[in-house]
Design a binder for this molecule. Structure first.
Ligand SMILES: [Zn+2]
Length: 536
């Protein structure tokens, strides 16, 4: 479907389009030089443009095209990712976007390209009257949207890899429930045939109000859908919360269950063992957001795989399943309803943080889930689950070193003296790797407590702790934020799938050296805490 130059009604793209292109370029230059000169952004953009020109075949970059900078990301190690939109003869190319990945010197390493990276079309554009296309677009959405207005724009549409001239018409109006509603209708500029229709309101963000089980009355991000109902889709973080309808954890796929929707955007009844199936969903949805935000705002990590994508969160998994689980296979979290008598739904802050952290570990060090590495994997989830609880700073579910204290009262595991649960190890020994991974994790949790809060008796947020050392030493803590930062760096930079406790000591000391310097107070506290749990 390429445009025909024999069309009787056509015009030639000349001065107007070129002037539009020049204006866009000028705007881009002003933005980048004024705002970002200090951080190497300009250089990265210039190098990226040069890389595209030098590799014109790879990028399908030819005559008449121009690049518009959309975003620049520079990693801590200097690696640069420059994202461009593309124009052709001054027209936006839909599906022509690309990302140039280059090293700290601006040398091309790799690229990511949308399908339409070769938007060559003829330079003549048929003069299809805008009103005709707009009327067509209005007709296409008429049943769902009233009082609509439309804005047509001529584009090069190449989202399927074949470039063609098209009218992109945005239709805005009011949906059946009075919500703002609209469509983007794309029609072939030559034939008038519809190419695609997109809902513009699909990602309309909203704020839900929830009566949660564990954190009182809260608000959270959800989505206003085209039909006027609200859905537990977090439009910022991307996670989606579903009712598993008691499907067992072994049979769940990402597509299982049903998305939570609600008419008035007020969710749950605040009760444990609630008959309102949305109550657990409130906690799971909001606490997943807290976990995402903890990683994002503390470490700059965008989601489990650091790619900005959200997981699927299932509540009401199994029958009396007193557990929660992360699955790489479905990129999902599953939470059960507790044992039905003492333990309620497994959706509290530290539990959601724990499970999502299994995903982070899997995407980074990928610690094998057996032996000492398995214990470190579990400890990592307990540590960051606990840090999420501290980060959320909720008045009802306060930060503590008791794991799963809300959903498995009074607690399932604790950090100051893990052996108080009757199963976990306080100190490293040669046999610790033979324990279940939820018990060999005690050594790592105990280390985290000693490094954060120090040895001996202490009351924090109303909870009393008393942490012994295994070698009789006294350890002074440096606060859990610093220890968490060290552990995160150790996990993401130095640990591997087979790291054991001795290796974890080395990895965390390397991380402490990077962050605070060799021989710093922080470095010495990390070392003393490891010695305090018999990891020398
Ligand atoms: Zn776990």
């Amino acid at each position: 479907m390429s445009p025909s130059s024999s069309s009787p009604r056509r015009r030639t793209l000349t001065a107007g389009a070129l002037a539009a292109t020049a204006a866009l370029v000028a705007a881009g230059v002003q933005f980048t030089t004024v705002a970002d000169a200090a951080n190497g952004r300009d250089t990265a953009i210039a190098k990226a443009k040069a890389n595209v020109s030098r590799n014109a075949d790879l990028f399908g970059f030819g005559a008449g095209q121009d690049l518009q900078v959309k975003d620049v990301m520079i990693d801590a190690d200097g690696t640069q990712h420059v994202r461009f939109d593309r124009t052709y003869q001054g027209l936006p190319v839909i599906g022509g976007d690309l990302v140039v990945h280059q090293d700290s010197h601006g040398r091309l390493k790799d690229s990511s390209r949308a399908k339409g990276h070769n938007p060559a079309v003829k330079t003549t554009v048929p003069a299809v009257p805008a009103q005709t296309t707009a009327a067509k677009a209005l007709g296409a959405v008429g049943q769902d949207v009233t009082a609509a207005t439309s804005t047509p724009q001529l584009v090069v549409w190449a989202a399927d890899g074949t470039a063609r001239l098209a009218w992109q018409t945005t239709v805005s109006g009011t949906g059946k429930q009075g919500q703002p509603s609209g469509r983007i209708v794309v029609t072939d500029a030559i034939t008038g045939a519809e190419i695609e229709q997109l809902a513009t309101e699909h990602q309309a963000s909203a704020t839900g109000t929830g009566h949660s089980e564990y954190t009182g009355d809260i608000t959270f991000a959800d989505t206003l859908q085209a039909d006027g109902t609200y859905a537990l889709i977090d439009p910022v973080r991307g996670h989606v919360t579903k009712d598993a309808h008691n499907l067992s954890s072994s049979s769940i796929k990402a597509t299982s269950g049903t998305l939570y929707t609600d008419a008035d955007n007020v969710w749950g009844d605040g009760k444990k063992f609630s008959t309102d199936r949305a109550t657990a969903a409130v906690d799971a949805h909001a606490n997943t957001a807290w976990t995402y935000d903890y990683y994002k705002n503390t470490f700059g990590r965008s989601g489990i795989k650091n790619d900005g994508k959200g997981a699927t969160v299932f509540v009401h998994v199994g029958t009396n399943w007193d557990n929660a689980q992360w699955s790489d296979a479905c990129f999902c979290m599953m939470t059960g309803d507790g044992d039905g008598t003492v333990d309620p739904e497994q959706v509290d802050l530290d539990t959601m943080g724990h499970e999502m952290t299994h995903g982070v570990t899997s995407a980074t060090a990928n610690l094998r889930y057996s032996g000492e590495s398995g214990g470190l994997n579990e400890a990592t989830s307990d540590i960051f689950g606990t840090m999420v609880e501290f980060y959320a700073n909720n008045a009802v579910d306060k930060g503590d070193y008791l794991f799963s204290d809300q959903s498995t009262p009074p607690w399932l595991r604790r950090f100051d003296k893990p052996s108080l649960d009757g199963r976990s190890a306080d100190c490293w020994s040669k046999s610790v790797g033979r324990l279940d991974v939820h018990n060999s994790s005690g050594v790592g949790n105990h280390w985290f407590f000693l490094a954060s809060e120090g040895s001996g008796a202490k009351t924090i947020n109303g909870v009393s702790y008393n942490s012994p050392t295994c070698n009789g030493s006294t350890v002074t803590g440096i606060g859990n934020q610093k220890v968490a930062a060290i552990w995160y760096r150790a996990l993401t930079v130095y640990m591997t799938s087979t790291t054991d406790y001795k290796g974890a000591r080395t990895a965390s000391l390397n991380a402490a050296k990077d962050l605070y310097g060799s021989g710093s107070t922080e470095y010495n506290a990390v070392a003393a805490a490891w010695s305090g749990v018999n990891v020398a």
